[in-house]
Write a protein that binds this ligand. Structure first.
Ligand SMILES: Nc1ncnc2c1ncn2[C@@H]1O[C@H](COP(=O)(O)OP(=O)(O)OP(=O)(O)O)[C@@H](O)[C@H]1O
Ligand SMILES: O=P(O)(O)OC[C@H]1O[C@](O)(CO)[C@@H](O)[C@@H]1O
Ligand SMILES: [Mg+2]
Length: 501
């Protein structure tokens, strides 16, 4: 990495702060994150206290090499360029804060997600035990808590057991992001490390807080920790709490299956979260094996006629006597808008409020088969929406949350700022905000994973040749969670679509 070319700068779409892009040989690109020293000169440095910590001092190569970067694309070809890289997360030999001067704060924003309390716990414990920092504040109730609510003092004792509880002990909210007031509060309280846990909206808010802090020339590190139960944040392998949510969804699917198979022509309908991305529904379906049909926002479907849902339900009931349908909350919203009066309501953050697709589809199925009178169905609708996100994180998510929190703490102590952290191809990395906020992670229905789902449920793809063409033309890159690349050359060739009319 010694022969990297000098930084080439590009404008950051989110604001007026320039992106740090470093180019190297063979198409190597480092999309670096900002550092306090980019805008503050003569900052003192200190040896990392971990050098003197008996637990860590024996670890070989514990400190991350300053040149370590992580490749975004893991599948490469002999002639492909090396592509985009991110700075590897982890402790540095030198830190830019004297632990005694650190005054950190933590805020959680947006919807709940299993693991929030674990992340809070591990930020507090990481700061205390790894770096000897003893001033950590919890901001009560999301962004607006900076200027409208009280704060909570967080110590290892206060947070000791919180990972066993769902929710967030410091509260959360939507809306109320006022950059000026938030940065005033940070400045007035003498806070110099800000840990912001939240989804895409929260990370957009974190980006503008960072920009304002930089504009004011403050020595304050801003670290984002991505949180989304929908797994809709791009670049990172997966988001914390997702595993837990998929696991909890099994209970609802099992119940739907038991109900459905115990009665003649039983249909179990389960609605799961997923506003724009159907990952929870897709993984819960794949894990369960009891699901006959999974409907997600990314894959359009229709009810009536040849190749439609009603036809498939009839076929499945005749074949098997019962069936289970899993539907993500954002699926089929276009169909609902046609039949229900459009509401166009928004939550406090400006997110569109969705109509209840679970209730709607249950009613449509009932009235279709009721009208036909040739198949008497028994439908049970289960809506575990909030149950899958209000629980504590499972063991795997707890470990993941710990690594995330520690990455954020190491990054802030090392003087990095304006970053989100998360695993990229299994290596924790510091990712510039714009990469995380520019677009959403979605299920790519031309990817192998969706094909696996279709072959496991045997459901029709509901796509007509025109839809297939449109999907292929969108050229979505494969998601990080998937093992392969897009297979647009073969998998969705028209002849392979199960129920093409
Ligand atoms: N573009 C933006 N600029 C500044 N702040 C924003 C922006 N978008 C959202 N926010 C703020 O971020 C916070 C959380 O946003 P939002 O409610 O959209 O949840 P989220 O972080 O996307 O999480 P979830 O995945 O649960 O939706 C809110 O306080 C909101 O005001
Ligand atoms: O009802 P709330 O708390 O606004 O949250 C609902 C939304 O939050 C999410 O879980 C995202 O965090 C979406 O899937 C869902 O639409
Ligand atoms: Mg969001």
């Amino acid at each position: 990495m010694g022969d990297l070319k000098p930084a080439a700068k590009a404008m950051c779409p989110a604001g007026n702060v320039q992106m740090k892009v470093v180019k190297g040989d063979f198409g190597y690109v480092l999309e670096d994150v900002p550092h306090l020293s980019d805008y503050l000169s003569d900052l003192p440095t200190y040896p990392n206290p971990l050098r003197f910590n008996p637990a860590y001092s024996v670890v070989k190569q514990y400190f991350v090499n300053v040149d370590d970067t992580v490749a975004q694309k893991i599948v490469v070809h002999t002639d492909s360029p090396r592509g985009t890289h991110f700075r590897r997360a982890g402790p540095r030999q030198k830190v830019y804060f004297d632990p005694a001067e650190v005054h950190a704060c933590i805020v959680t924003c947006g919807g709940l997600c299993p693991g929030l309390n674990t992340v809070i716990r591990e930020i507090v414990c990481g700061l205390y035990h790894m770096y000897g920092v003893s001033k950590v504040l919890g901001i009560d109730g999301g962004y607006k808590g900076f200027y409208a609510r009280n704060t909570v003092t967080l110590t290892p004792k206060v947070v000791n057991d919180i990972h066993k509880r769902g929710g967030t002990i410091i509260g959360t909210s939507r809306g109320g992001h006022d950059t000026g007031k938030i940065v005033d509060s940070i400045q007035d309280r003498g806070i110099n490390q800000v840990f912001i846990i939240g989804g895409d909206g929260t990370q957009k808010g974190a980006a503008v807080i960072y920009e304002e802090i930089r504009r004011r020339g403050l020595k304050v590190s801003v670290a984002g920790i991505p949180k989304t139960i929908d797994n809709d944040i791009p670049v990172i392998d997966r988001s914390f709490g997702f595993d837990t949510a998929v696991e909890e969804a099994q209970r609802a699917i099992n119940a739907a299956h038991v109900e459905a198979e115990s009665i003649e022509n039983g249909i179990g309908v389960v609605k799961l979260m997923g506003r724009y991305s159907g990952f929870i529904a897709m993984y819960a379906t794949l894990a369960s094996r009891d699901v006959d049909c999974c409907l997600i926002p990314e894959s359009p479907f229709y009810l009536e006629g040849k190749g439609g849902l009603f036809e498939y339900i009839e076929k499945r009931l005749k074949e098997n006597g019962h069936m289970v349908i899993v539907i993500a909350e954002g699926a089929g919203q276009d169909l609902l808008s046609e039949s229900l009066q459009s509401m166009n309501q928004q939550d406090a953050s400006g997110n569109k409020l969705l109509k209840d697709v679970g209730l709607w589809i249950s009613q449509r199925i009932k009235s279709h088969f009721g009208r036909q009178q040739k198949l008497a169905i028994n439908l049970k609708y289960i809506d575990p929406t909030y149950m899958i996100r209000a629980i504590p994180s499972n063991a795997a998510d707890n470990v993941y949350c710990t690594l995330l929190a520690q990455s954020a703490v190491h990054g802030a102590m090392a003087g990095y700022t304006g970053f989100t952290c998360g695993p990229v191809n299994g290596r924790h990395s510091y990712i510039p905000f714009n990469h995380i906020t520019e677009k959403q992670n979605k299920v790519v229905i031309t990817d192998r994973m969706w094909a696996r789902l279709l072959s496991s449920t045997n459901q029709p793809s509901f796509l007509n040749p025109k839809d297939v063409k449109e999907v292929l033309e969108e050229e979505e890159p494969p998601t990080q969670m998937l093992e392969g690349e897009n297979c647009k050359d073969s998998k969705f060739a028209t002849k392979d679509i199960p129920s093409m009319s």
